[in-house]
Design a protein around this ligand. Sequence first.
Ligand SMILES: [Zn+2]
Ligand SMILES: [Zn+2]
Length: 232
Amino acid sequence: MNKLKADLHIHSVLSACGSLEMSPTKIIDEALKKGLDIIALTDHNSAANCKVAMETGKKKGIIVIPGIEVTVSEEFHVVALFSDIQSAETLSEIIYNTLLPIEIDEDKMGFQLVVDSEENILRFEKRVLNQASLPVDELIQKVEELGGIYFFAHIDKAYFSLISSLGFIPENMKDCIFELTREDTYGLKKIVRNSDAHFLKDIGHRYFYIEADKNIQSVFENIRKGVFYYDA
Ligand SMILES: [Zn+2]
Ligand SMILES: [Zn+2]
C-alpha cells in the first residue's frame, strides 16, 4: 500500500468555465509537477475528454480516474467517479440526454472543447453542459449500478452545493463522502479536498491522501473503506 496524493476534481477545456490551457495533456504534466499520484477529470455533465486523459496518464505514469461533475436537478453538484471509461461514458450519455437542447453562447460563456492528446480540437460541444440533469436519487442509483463512487462537491460553497441548495445535510446522507474547500468539517467524517481547478496553476492546491495500491481498483476499494484523509 502507498500513500497516494490525490486531487479528484479537475476541469478541462470541455467545461466552458475552464481555461483554454486545460488540455488533458497539460493537466497531467501539471499534476506530475505538483507531485500528485492520482487525479480525476470531472467536467460538467460530460466525460468526453476522459478517455484521452486516461490514455495520456497511463503513458506518463499517473492514474487518471474518469469522472463527471453532475449538476443534479436540485441544482447542486455531485462528482461521480468510475473505475473504467465505459461506465463513465454510459453515465455521460444518460446525462446528455436529459439536458435541454440549449446552444451555448461561446462569446459570453466560453468554449466546450473535445480534444485529443496532441491538443487538436476534435469538436466543439454546442449544447450547454452545465445545466440541471437527473434528480440526485436517480443519479446515485445510476452511479452505483455502474460500479462508481460519488461525493457531494464543495458543500461549503455558497452556490451549487448540497447545503446552499437544501439548506442542510439530510440525516440519511451523513455517511456519504463530502468535498470541503475550507477547514470547518461540519462534524462530517468522510471528507475529501480537491482543487476544483479551472486553471493549470490551481491543480493540486487542495488535495488529500488515499492509502492504496497504485491502481484504480485498489483506490476505489480503499475509498469505499474510508481509508483516506487530509492534513488539517
Ligand atoms: Zn461545482
Ligand atoms: Zn467543479
